[in-house]
Design a binder for this molecule. Structure first.
Ligand code: URA
Length: 446
C-alpha cells in the first residue's frame, strides 16, 4: 500500500477501507510515514470529510495505537465525562467525587488548558502537592480506595493522537469533525470506560461557536462511541458567559469546594448535577436521569461527595487541609475591580475575552510551554441578566504582576455588554441532549 494513493483517494472524495485507515495510523505511529504526506492526508480528510464508518474506524485505529486501561477486576461500571472546553468550566472536579460517592468508577484522564480555555489538570495542581502523573498501578490503588482518580495523558496512551494532533495544530487541520471526534473519543475510550457523557459547549467561549456545528460533532461522537459498544449521551451546553463566577485555577478549586459543600453558583451546581445524573443513568446506577439528579443532590447534601473529594486529594498527594482552609491554596497578592461605565443590565459577556484576560494575568497558556500562575484569575460579579449601576464592579482581577494588567483590564471591560434596557432572551444552560443517533448511512460531511 502507498500513502500517496490514499491521499489521492481521499482527495477525490472516496471512502477509505479499514485496512487503508489502519495503514495510515499504524505507519505514522511507528514513524514509517513522513509528516509531509500525513499532512496532505489530513488536509484531504478536512476538505472531503469522512463517512461515519470511516470516523469510527479511525477512532478504533487510534485507540489501539497504544496502551488501553482495563478495570475488569472492579465490579462497578466505569464512567466518565468529556467537555469540549470553556471558561470557568470546572465541573470535572465536582462530578467525579459525586459519581464515585454514588458507587461508580471514574478513571478520568484530563488535559491542560491552552489559549482562553482552562484545563482540569491545571486546576487540580493548584492544590499543593496534588499529583496528576500517576502510573496505571498507582491509579488502580486510588480507584480501589475512593472510586475516582484524575490523571494526565501518558505517552503510552493513544500515541497516534499525540503525533497527529501536534501536526494538525501546525497544518490548519484541527477543524475537522471526523478528526476531532477520533482524537477525543480515542483518548476517552482508552480509559476502559462503559459509558461517556459529552459536554459539548457552544457560544463565545467555546471551541464551536454555533449550535449546528456542535450538534454535528456531538452526534458523530455519540454514534462513534455507540459503535464501540459504549453508552453515550451528549449535552449541548451554554458557554456564552463563563460558568460560575471563578476563572483561574485556585479560584476555581475554591468554587468547586463551595459547590461540594452545598453552596456555590447556581449555573455551576445545575450543570454539575445534570452531568452527574447522566453518568449515573448511563452507568446503570439509576433508572432515570431524574433519579440520577436526586442521587447527586443527596450526595452533596449528606457530605459524601465532599468526603470523596477529600479522599481523592489525599490519595493523590494533595494537601487535604486546603479543603477546609482555603488560605492554604495559592492566593494572588493584588485585586483590581473592573467597574461598569454605565447603568443597565448585563446583556452579554464574551467568555473568550474573559479567558484571555485571565491568561494575560498569568492564569493560562499561550503556548504549551508557558508556565501558569495558579493563584491569579478573575472573579465574575455580574452575569447575564444582572442589573448594574454606574461604577459598580462587574468583575475583579486577581493578580501578582502588573506586567499585562492594563491589557487584561481593558479586555475584561470590553467583554461586558451593558444595555440600558432589558431586551434579553436568556439562553438556556442546557440547549439540548443528544442520545442515540441511528444515521448509519449518512453521507460524507467535511
Ligand atoms: N481536543 C482534542 O483532544 N482533539 C481535537 O482534535 C480537538 C480538541
Amino acid at each position: 500500500m502507498r500513502l500517496v494513493d490514499l491521499i489521492r483517494k481521499k482527495r477525490d472524495g472516496k471512502e477509505l477501507s479499514t485496512e487503508e485507515i489502519n495503514f495510515v495510523v499504524r505507519g505514522y505511529t511507528a514513524g514509517e510515514l513522513p509528516d509531509y504526506q500525513i499532512s496532505a492526508w489530513l488536509m484531504a480528510v478536512l476538505l472531503k470529510g469522512m463517512t461515519r464508518a470511516e470516523t469510527a474506524t479511525l477512532t478504533h485505529a487510534m485507540l489501539h495505537s497504544g496502551e488501553t486501561l482495563e478495570w475488569s477486576d472492579f465490579p462497578q461500571k466505569k464512567v466518565d465525562k468529556h467537555s469540549t472546553g470553556g471558561v470557568g468550566d470546572k465541573t470535572s472536579l465536582i462530578l467525579a467525587p459525586i459519581v464515585a460517592a454514588g458507587g461508580l468508577l471514574v478513571p478520568m484522564i484530563s488535559g491542560r488548558g491552552l489559549g482562553h480555555t482552562g484545563g482540569t489538570l491545571d486546576k487540580l495542581e493548584a492544590i499543593p502537592g496534588f499529583n496528576v502523573s500517576l502510573s496505571a498501578a498507582q491509579m488502580r490503588e486510588v480507584l480501589k480506595k475512593c472510586g475516582a482518580c484524575m490523571i494526565g495523558q501518558t505517552d503510552s496512551i493513544v500515541p497516534a493522537d499525540k503525533k497527529m494532533y501536534a501536526l494538525r495544530d501546525v497544518t490548519g487541520t484541527v477543524e475537522s469533525p471526523a478528526l476531532i471526534c477520533a482524537s477525543i473519543m480515542s483518548k476517552k475510550l482508552a480509559e476502559g470506560i462503559d459509558a461517556l457523557v459529552l459536554d459539548v459547549k457552544i457560544g463565545s467561549g467555546a471551541f464551536m461557536k454555533q449550535e449546528p456545528d456542535a450538534v454535528h460533532l456531538a452526534e458523530l461522537m455519540v454514534e462513534t462511541g455507540e459503535r464501540m459498544g459504549k453508552k453515550m449521551a451528549a449535552l449541548i451546553t451554554d458557554m456564552d458567559q463563563p460558568l460560575g463566577q471563578a476563572v483561574g485555577n485556585a479560584l476555581e478549586v475554591i468554587e468547586c469546594i463551595e459547590v461540594l459543600r452545598g453552596g456555590g453558583p447556581r449555573d455551576l451546581l445545575d450543570l454539575s448535577l445534570e452531568l452527574s445524573a447522566w453518568m449515573f443513568y448511563l452507568g446503570g446506577r439509576t433508572k432515570s436521569v431524574d433519579e440520577g439528579r436526586q442521587l447527586a443532590t443527596q450526595l452533596i447534601r449528606n457530605g459524601k461527595a465532599l468526603e470523596n473529594f477529600r479522599q481523592m486529594v489525599g490519595l493523590q498527594g494533595g494537601d487535604v487541609r486546603a479543603i477546609d482552609d482555603i488560605s492554604l491554596l495559592p492566593t494572588a497578592r493584588y485585586r483590581l475591580g473592573v467597574v461598569s461605565r454605565n447603568a443597565g443590565q448585563v446583556a452579554g459577556i464574551d467568555s473568550e475575552k474573559i479567558g484571555i484576560a485571565s491568561l494575560l494575568l498569568g492564569g493560562g497558556r499561550s503556548t504549551k510551554e508557558d508556565v501558569i500562575n495558579p493563584a491569579v484569575g478573575i472573579m465574575i460579579h455580574k452575569k447575564v441578566g444582572d442589573k448594574v449601576s454606574t461604577g459598580e464592579p462587574l468583575c475583579t482581577l486577581c493578580y501578582d504582576s502588573s506586567a499585562q494588567l492594563e491589557e487584561s483590564r481593558g479586555l475584561a471591560e470590553s467583554a461586558y455588554q451593558v444595555s440600558p434596557a432589558a431586551l434579553l432572551q436568556k439562553r438556556p444552560l442546557i440547549h439540548r441532549v443528544i442520545q442515540s443517533n441511528k444515521n448509519e448511512n449518512s453521507a460524507t460531511q467535511p
